[in-house]
Ligand binder design. Structure first.
Ligand code: CTP
Ligand code: MG
Length: 396
């Protein structure tokens, strides 16, 4: 797509509608504030508009008293959104945003009007709308053909089939020359219902150019639409697996910490922290699954704060990172590699301790041990190695 012809298009603005109650979707919280993957529906919609080439100011229209909900929902994409309070009907909400934009010293030349309930605007659709503006259209909107047979119904009896060749389903964003949209709202008989703005612009005699819409742009209306529309846009819960590996040297006369427990032994592990090699491997496995670096990055050995630190604190940190990603630890598997001490007698206590730190049930934690048949550093009892894997369900 060529870059926008600034002469033709001028300044782009968007009105993002989020003042509805979302009654049909249910769920206690209005649909635009609910989460889909890592972000709220509103944040996805905002980010989608932001990706449109040349997009300037985005005015977010919200219901009265919803500033804190809306700010929280947008925090991941916009630290200081511009809010306007909406009205009882969608049309009133658009009107309030138009009034706000009209009061600016230099109102925009064009405006996108978009439902936050359509969280994902494919880039191609945005480009088609821009292309329509570039070619001088006063208004344009994305539409989809109707695939199913349409029939009139009389109670439970079918009537005439409605020819569908020239019928379309209308989507947003709809784009307008700002003065045309403003005039359309001025001219509208407010006793007439209006479900979108294009119909109002037509009513004052302007053509509305149709561009190809996209299924991924469908609106969240009912509860089941979240998963369906999220799925079409590559958003949904996913399993992640990470692995970790660590080694510490055995030295005489030190306490031996393994899996958050002090294990009676002649030697202990040396290291900057308590050197709990099993926990370190497990923390790395979890961070690996989240693709959030490694233990040394979060707890640098050079930092005196972690000198002698109990390693369960690192594991608690990893647990909190899982929660921050809306994740759930499905399973962790730790293998301790040493000649001595024997791990078997401590295995269940270790599982319980790890499960407690991670706030999961014991059946999700496995602790195993192996020797190396006397070979290598572990075989010579110079050190203990541990490896771990973690399976995490993220974005539920
Ligand atoms: N909208 C708005 N102001 C209103 C009504 C609706 O800004 N007074 C917005 C909604 O937030 C939504 C879009 O217009 O993003 C499309 O409306 P709809 O899908 O009907 O959403 P709701 O009105 O919130 O849902 P429902 O009709 O199920 O209550
Ligand atoms: Mg509605």
């Amino acid at each position: 797509m060529a870059s926008i012809n600034a002469q033709q298009v001028g300044t782009l603005t968007a009105i993002l509608l989020a003042a509805g109650k979302g009654e049909r979707a249910g769920g206690g919280v209005a649909k635009q504030y609910r989460r889909l993957g890592a972000h709220s529906v509103l944040a996805h919609a905002y980010a989608s508009l932001r990706r449109i080439e040349g997009m300037g100011q985005i005015v977010v229209v919200i219901a009265e008293g919803e500033e804190s909900n809306a700010s929280a929902a947008l925090a991941s994409v916009e630290p200081s959104p511009l809010f306007v309070t909406g009205g009882a009907e969608r049309r009133d909400s658009v009107r309030r945003a138009i009034d706000h934009l009209s009061q600016l010293g230099s109102p925009p030349s064009h405006v996108f009007v978009h439902d936050s309930a359509r969280p994902f605007i494919p880039v191609e659709v945005g480009n088609r709308l821009l292309a329509a503006l570039e070619s001088g259209a006063a208004a344009a909107m994305p539409v989809l053909p109707v695939a199913d047979t349409l029939v009139q119904g009389y109670e439970n009896l079918a009537g005439e089939v409605v020819p569908r060749a020239d019928l379309y389903r209308v989507q947003t964003p709809q784009v307008f020359r700002f003065n045309v949209l403003s005039a359309a709202h001025d001219g509208w008989d407010i006793s007439r219902p209006a479900t979108d703005d294009a119909q109002m612009v037509r009513a004052i005699g302007h053509g509305v150019v149709l561009v190809d819409g996209d299924q991924r742009l469908e609106k969240i209306t009912m509860a089941e639409d979240f998963a369906r529309i999220g799925g079409m846009n590559g958003i949904g819960p996913e399993y992640r697996t990470g692995t970790g590996y660590d080694v510490h040297r055995l030295v005489p006369g030190k306490p031996l910490w393994l899996c958050g427990l002090e294990i009676p032994h002649s030697h202990g592990l040396s290291g900057h922290s308590d050197a709990d090699v099993a926990i370190h491997a497990l923390v790395d496995a979890i961070l690996g699954a989240l693709a959030e670096g490694d233990i040394g990055q979060h707890f640098p050995p050079s930092d005196p704060e972690w000198r002698g630190a109990a390693s369960w604190r690192f594991l608690e940190f990893a647990r909190d990172r899982i929660a921050a990603r809306h994740g759930r630890l499905v399973h962790a598997d730790v293998t301790i590699i040493c000649e001595a001490p024997k791990v078997g007698p401590h295995r269940d206590a270790m599982r319980d301790r790890l499960a407690e730190i991670l706030s999961v049930s014991r059946d999700r934690i496995s602790v195993k041990a192996t020797t190396t048949e006397g070979l290598g550093f572990a075989g010579r009892r110079e050190g203990i190695a541990a490896q771990a894997s973690a399976t995490i369900l993220v974005g539920e």
